[in-house]
Design a protein around this ligand. Sequence first.
Ligand SMILES: [Zn+2]
Length: 259
Amino acid sequence: MFEITAIPALQDNYIWAIHNGTHAALVDPGEAAPALEFLRTRGLELAAILCTHRHHDHIGGIAELRGVYNVPVYGRRHPGNSRVAANPHITDDLREGDRLRLEAIGLDLDIMEVPGHLDDHIAYAAPGMLFCGDLLFGAGCGRNFEGTPAQLHDSLQRLACLPDDTRVYCAHEYTAANLRFALACEPDNPDIRQRVEATRRLREAGLPSLPSTIALEKATNPFLRCREPAIVRTLQAQGLADPGELGVFTALRQWRNRF
Ligand SMILES: [Zn+2]
């Protein structure tokens, strides 16, 4: 069996460590020092590095980690562009439908290509768990830096189709701020109010608000609730022209950017 532990890094990133008694795989190590400290204090050997996308706060620790542990780095190869350079560390290119076997940990992960935050974004899924990088956050979603709003929407919908009890391991602690936006969208949603309280308690105790679950996201995340009449009404009061699902999603994403 294995455990999954959040290693806080940088400002508000989480590096997720999937580990058993001897080995660990790290998802999105944006910083090496806290990851090395975790491995040292737990007496674990690094077995693999998994990348969801090429933003620096997700890959910044890889060079230093690989200086200590010469392990494979999984991710989706991308040529990069002038704004966001390629991830130069990838040793094993993953594509939609691939299955990654983490032998040392005894875990198989299915690869989903989920563009919309960046083009190269992938998610790692196994029964009961999802590592979704910057695509889906607690009560929110990533910014639409590359690709169209329709691509971001489609990618999120794919994740929303996973079983309700799937635990969602997001790469940032953004839940509290996202819930303030969710409440502005749906002031009368009791699930959002409950989650605000639960998140406050966790954060006051110094604990991550994550993982969440697909069920909780479907109940509280406005970006998965674009057909909800209350959200459509809120946006119509701001002059929403297209009340279709994609029109609502696009308007939500734009409003969140300036919220
Ligand atoms: Zn990102």
